[in-house]
Design a protein around this ligand. Structure first.
Ligand code: ASP
Length: 353
């Protein structure tokens, strides 16, 4: 049998061929420059920006008095300006989201903090979450009844525990240990929300299905881009009127009601929470940007106007990416919403604005 053994001459020829091939493959300095600039050529970072919502639903001009409309616009503007002032001072996006949402939690106009909707049993149970798109860290509280600012508690969970979500009594004990303000549950109650519950309880007597108040939500959420290019998103809510004791919505669930990732976007959602959980709405928007390479607006639109609508889910989202692009998408007649960039706040309520 003939076996071909490489001799010395063969090996040197092979060596010469390989070196030549390698030289041919090695990029010239010009090519190298081009490769480098391609690698570092990320789209330019957007300016410090803040976008928020104050809930979506059947918000129609004909049901609104000019005074009430004015009150909503003023409070949304107030929250935007509060957050923007912090962004200008160089604050982190997570702190900006908390400060912005605290303005809305303190207002009886919105379904978060004071003005939260009532459970079936006539109590207020609050949910909130926050996510830092730079570190990928997140924190949330669910079903809390005595924490004055649930969004502050969500941040504390993120910063001071190895966990993402604390619920009920454990969350309240943790908030107390953190020195956060604790209030009586009656602090959150308002006449307007009590009446909304009474109306639904009356309807419930005539039906076997538990009705939700479907005409107005009022959850609050914000997404901020700070000067270091970090995105954060947060959401705070009282949930849905007439919800069952212990019902948790999408707002404290990372990936459903809140999501942030510097590489894609930050999202805060509002709407019928069960649909947002089942459809992983906030994460789906970010995932479409990443895997389908579509723009923020295209991703938000596809999820809210096509996917969610097809499943029967109503609500909306506010979103922001690192370039400062904003999307405010909703499939309800209205959504309290607004953004601030270059110092100018703009707020909207109805669809046609
Ligand atoms: N998504 C909230 C929930 O289901 C309600 C809302 O956004 O209005 O708890």
């Amino acid at each position: 049998m003939l076996v071909l053994m490489p001799n010395k001459n063969h090996l040197s020829a092979l060596f010469i061929i390989l070196s030549f091939a390698l030289l041919r493959c090695a990029p010239s300095s010009k090519q190298e420059e081009a490769i480098q600039s391609k690698k570092v050529k990320e789209p330019a970072l957007g300016p410090i920006t803040l976008v928020l919502h104050g809930g979506a639903g059947t918000i129609l001009k004909e049901n609104m008095t000019p005074e009430l409309e004015q009150a909503y616009r003023a409070k949304l503007t107030d929250a935007l300006q509060t957050g923007y002032a912090l962004l200008e001072q160089g604050a982190k996006s997570t702190d900006v989201v908390v400060a912005t949402l605290q303005v809305l939690e303190a207002s009886p106009l919105f379904n978060a903090g004071v003005g939260a909707v009532y459970t079936h049993e006539g109590r207020n149970e609050l949910d909130a979450s926050i996510m830092d798109g730079g570190s990928g860290q997140a924190g949330a509280v669910a079903g809390v009844t005595t924490i004055k600012s649930p969004i502050a508690a969500a941040l504390a969970v993120m910063q001071h525990t190895p966990h993402v979500m604390l619920a009920g009594r454990g969350a309240e004990q943790f908030a107390r240990e953190q020195g956060l303000e604790i209030v009586d549950n009656s602090y959150f109650g308002t006449e307007r929300r009590k009446k909304a519950l009474e109306k639904l309880l009356q309807q419930e007597e005539n039906t076997s299905v538990l009705p939700y108040q479907d005409w107005k939500y009022g959850t609050v959420g914000a997404v901020a881009l700070d000067k270091d290019g970090n995105i954060a998103a947060g959401t705070s809510t009282g949930g849905m009127t007439n919800k069952r004791f212990g019902r948790i919505g999408d707002s404290p669930i990372i990936g459903a009601g809140t999501f942030a990732e510097n590489a894609t976007c930050g999202v805060s959602a509002t709407g019928h929470g069960e649909y947002f959980i089942r459809n992983a709405v906030a994460y789906d928007i970010a995932a479409r940007m990443k895997y389908q390479q579509v723009s923020l607006q295209e991703a938000a639109q596809a999820v809210i106007q096509e996917k969610l609508l097809k499943k029967g889910g109503s609500g909306g989202v506010v979103c922001l990416d690192r370039q400062g692009n904003i999307a405010m998408e909703f499939n309800t007649p209205g959504m309290y919403r607004g953004f601030i960039r270059n110092g100018k706040a703009e707020v909207f309520i109805y669809k046609e604005e």
